[in-house]
Write a protein that binds this ligand. Sequence first.
Ligand code: CAO
Length: 447
Amino acid sequence: MSVKDILVPDIGDFESVDIIDVLVSPGDTIGIDDSLVTVESDKASMDIPTPEAGVVKEVKVKVGDKIAEGHLIITLEVIDRIESKSADVAAAKAVIPEPAKAEAPLVAVPEPTRPAPEPPKQVKPIGKPAPVGAHVDTNREVNSHASPSVRKFARELGVDLKLVVGSGPKNRILQSDVQAFVKDELAKPRTESMTAGASALSTLTMPIIDFSKFGEIKTQPLSRIKKLSGANLHRNWVTAPHVTQFDEADITDLEDFRKSMQADAEKRGVKLTMLAFLIKASVNALKAYPNFNASLSPDGDSLILKSYYNVGFACDTPDGLVVPVVKNVQSKDVLEIAADLMDLSAKARERKLKVEEMQGGCFTISSLGGIGGTMFTPIINCPEVAILGVSRSSMQPVYDKETKSFEPRLILPLSLSYDHRVIDGADGARFTSHMRMMLSDVRRLLL
Ligand code: CAO
């Protein structure tokens, strides 16, 4: 056994980066590729792994230090490869039972790799929240990639690592992922049915398939935004019972009006898109149906109604989906809303959005109208309770009772997903009818 200095390796373009997390402590047993520290530049954050296995002797850095290639991170009592593997396994075994061996299926038929769930045994009584992540077995913890200090941190909080989505390299779980998981869990309404649902779902695992057996493959890491938004989308999908109400609005007159305003808007440096009118109309509908401008309280027992109207919009960026929020829409006209949209979407694409520009939303609009499609089922941006999906408008023949003929009208498809715990089907249909009415009559919209 010898003591080795573990230095910062070549980390690409980063010349000097801040340490935002130290993931090991003296005495930790670590394996090859375990993360030592997390660093962050203005562009991204990344973990720096150890190239050697062993026992941490001294940690030579702390949070806030600036480091670059060649900087000493830790000294390590190195153990040879075979010892290191058994040390890792021993460290893992010290906290968890041996996992059942998950065989990859030989044919492409999805099969659960573990026995069927027994939800009733795992359900906790109402009012007594289960310890975070306690409703599932811990067998998969060894398969979750996390450093010893993160495992220790998770154990202290009672977090089952297999429920945590890692945002580090190779999906490695960082301390911040565990913290975010706990925060999310605590914010969830805790009812018996939800616990049962989560419990049942968490026991279903995806089969592990070696796709290279069937042809050439390439593995591409997900962007940080994709990983984070993916975890949130999954949580929202599983937590809120979604219903999607479809409708269509006749926007022929509105589109004529928008075009007639365009020159004036351009003089003010603003591109006046349909989305600005949709945001305006949605606030009118939110005022008419306040349950849509609300969130469930953390215990799930009451509804928190909001008297402000902040509308988020899904924005497609090269790194993935982000949702900037247009604030206080009730006191803005369409040109001001359009100016906010331009400003926020430019910032989103240049990765310059501030955290507060993505917070405080009451309702979200996801517009795919500029791209295409007829209808879709958007996922609610919880703890909001509804989201409006907008697809591409198209000219369609609409029967006019007065002239007894078909007229060409510009029709905009709307898809409203709502949380059925909060909103009844009737109100869902009333909300889209209200939107239809607002969008079909420019005078009402601009009043
Ligand atoms: N029907 C037909 N055409 C539409 C339309 C609609 N409903 N909505 C917009 N368009 C047109 C616009 O008029 C514009 O045409 P011109 O360039 O000829 O003027 C073009 O589509 C592009 O519009 P835009 O993108 O500049 O403006 P926008 O306000 O429609 O959208 C934004 C802004 C940020 C919402 C959009 O750029 C975007 O990112 N959309 C994707 C959102 C997304 O990914 N949602 C999915 C979330 S769930 O995974």
